[in-house]
Design a binder for this molecule. Sequence first.
Ligand code: C2E
Ligand code: MG
Ligand code: MG
Length: 276
Amino acid sequence: QSKGSGRNTFNFYSDYLQHKSHRELSLQKDLHAAITQSQLFLDYQPVIRLSDGKIIALEALVRWQHPEKGILTPEHFINIAEFNGFVELVDMWVIRHICRDIKTLLSHQFPLRISMNCSALNINNDRFIPEAERILQEENIDRQWFCFELSEAVLYEHRHKAPLFLGKLMQSNIRLIVDDFGSSASSLLWLKTLPICELKLDRCLLLDPSNHSDHEIIAALIAMSHKLGWLVTAKGVELQEQISLLQDEHCDFAQGYAFGKPMRFNEVLMRLRGES
Ligand code: C2E
Ligand code: MG
Ligand code: MG
């Protein structure tokens, strides 16, 4: 009996693996086509200044319009891209498209910064910053309109390489936002040694705005960040309660469904026109 069920479990597991690898294999093949046949596109989520509700920045979020599977979000393909060495191509595609959208924004008198999420693998990729820089130069983009995001957990995981990576970014005048701050075990003493100027508070910190101790933690993190000279954006803001809390604690910026879901570039332009 136990032998039998063990065998079933094994069969089940190997079927699962086969199924999974089959699915991933086909996505792998498709992904190369996606990059070359422009099936990738960007959504943008607005970042709002809490003092006046104005949109001051956008976060670019890559999507894949798959010919059969519909729209895929990054969790469905970034890992595969990383595993297959395509992620550099994806990230370069993203930078190139952000540059074009920055130029469109500026030509409409909307001076907004666009940030992009950079794959963890690029910390160890010596080609990454020079390539990014080459694109920014070719597209003639002032560095104040562009920046990268990397999660605190990723920075800490690569802590031996992170100072060098950030140093090179700084030399290239490219700013970095520490994403998902407060969700990992990295130490503040360590973060303080890095050339960063902005943090995004992790969504999980805001999940229960009525909880008194959560409130105290958020207040302390914001106050401390300001003491260290860092600007703070709150992520995943969905409720009016959360907005009030963040305003009370002088959080600088916020993004989340309360202010707008990720949307196509044209929708962003429409919103900006409505605002001005
Ligand atoms: P992230 O940087 O933490 O991005 C925020 C994610 O939260 C986005 O998911 C966004 O759609 C979602 N979100 C925004 N507001 C809310 C809210 O109010 N509530 C909730 N529940 N969720 C909200 P998305 O677009 O699926 O992106 C997931 C992750 O994929 C990103 O996490 C980022 O790490 C990665 N990613 C996105 N674009 C790129 C890219 O161009 N290159 C690379 N390498 N990674 C990317
Ligand atoms: Mg991000
Ligand atoms: Mg995240």
